[in-house]
Design a protein around this ligand. Structure first.
Ligand code: F6P
Length: 304
């Protein structure tokens, strides 16, 4: 997200705009927490995880009164356009602001990669790289002890993190919410591998499917094998962003400024087949995010 903020500020300044940063999202907007951002204030952040502007959930912004207060703040500060970096909830807020006269453009930022209309969201690539680094380490000890490991990853209701990390790491089974799974089959696959002399097995569970602890317990009960569970948790949301994420964020942040300069609002920046495009929020929300299930099938074939 920092790389996106940097791109918005620098692209804006390049075009002669004055850019303000809103601290703590919609909460900050309601409470007037805005400050001018200069070229220098976004220096030395492109390689840092998180967001220099902080983030917060705001129940107040869900109310009409909250939205009116946010618009009042923006108008008082002479703001003519807004870039909102976030996900579904943030974009619904951006739609409301556009309706109330402040053109807003969304930039998709979430590790879950679950926003419809875009192939990738900012943060996803960094998260899956964190996951595979963790699994590579788990694999070392799994091999030494000849154990089965269940690793639970984030993703909310989406299976993209589990799917991509599972394929990248050669997991024996990947459990995602978008595909039905059968624990008998998972166990059968483990047994087949064991007979062939496999020293360890990794099972990736998306948090939207089940608790990794429960899956691990069930596998141990059915096989009698020593099974360990790791819940990766919030380490997936931090760390220095990958080159892919920095480039994506830079391209998307700059595109958001271009859209505002063209007089657009109510749009989300997307990446589709490596092309950066703005699409109306309405159009994005009509779709449903689906992970690429051909990758799921491939992962199953490769982990035979
Ligand atoms: O949306 C990002 C995400 O990290 C999800 O993967 C996860 O379910 C959720 O946020 C966790 O939120 P919190 O940090 O509020 O527990």
């Amino acid at each position: 997200m920092n790389a996106a903020i940097r791109a918005v500020v620098r692209k804006g300044v390049y075009h002669g705009l004055e850019v303000l940063g809103v601290y703590r999202g919609y909460h900050g907007l309601i409470h007037g927490n805005l400050e001018p951002l200069s070229l220098g204030s976004v220096g030395d952040i492109i390689h840092r995880g998180g967001t220099m502007l902080y983030t917060a959930r705001s129940d107040e912004f869900k109310t009409q009164e909250g939205q009116e207060r946010a618009v009042k703040t923006l108008k008082e500060r002479g703001v003519e356009g807004l870039v909102v970096i976030g996900g579904d909830g943030s974009f619904r807020g951006a739609m409301q602001l556009t309706k109330r006269g402040i053109p807003a453009i969304g930039v998709p930022g979430t590790i879950d990669n679950d926003i419809p209309g875009t192939d990738f969201t900012i943060g996803f690539d960094t998260a899956i790289n964190t996951v595979i680094q963790a699994i590579d380490k788990i694999r070392d000890t799994a091999t030494s002890h000849e154990r089965t490991y269940v690793v639970e990853v984030m993703g909310r209701d989406a299976g993209d993190i589990a799917l991509w990390a599972g394929l990248a790491d050669g997991a024996e089974s990947i459990l995602i919410p978008e595909a039905p799974y059968d624990l008998d089959e998972v166990v059968e696959r483990l047994r087949r591998g064991n007979k062939r002399g496999k020293k360890h097995s990794i099972i990736l569970v998306a948090e939207g499917v089940a608790s990794g602890v429960e899956v691990g317990e069930e596998i141990r009960r059915r096989t009698g094998w020593e099974t360990r569970v790791t819940v990766l948790g919030h380490i997936q949301r931090g760390g220095s962003p990958t080159a892919f994420d920095r480039v994506l964020a830079s391209r998307m942040g700059a595109a958001a400024v271009d859209l505002l300069l063209e007089g657009e609002g109510d749009q989300m920046v997307t990446i589709q087949k490596n092309e950066i495009l703005g699409i109306p929020f309405e159009e994005a929300f009509k779709q449903k995010h689906r992970p690429d299930l051909s990758m799921y099938q491939l992962a199953g074939i490769l982990a035979i």
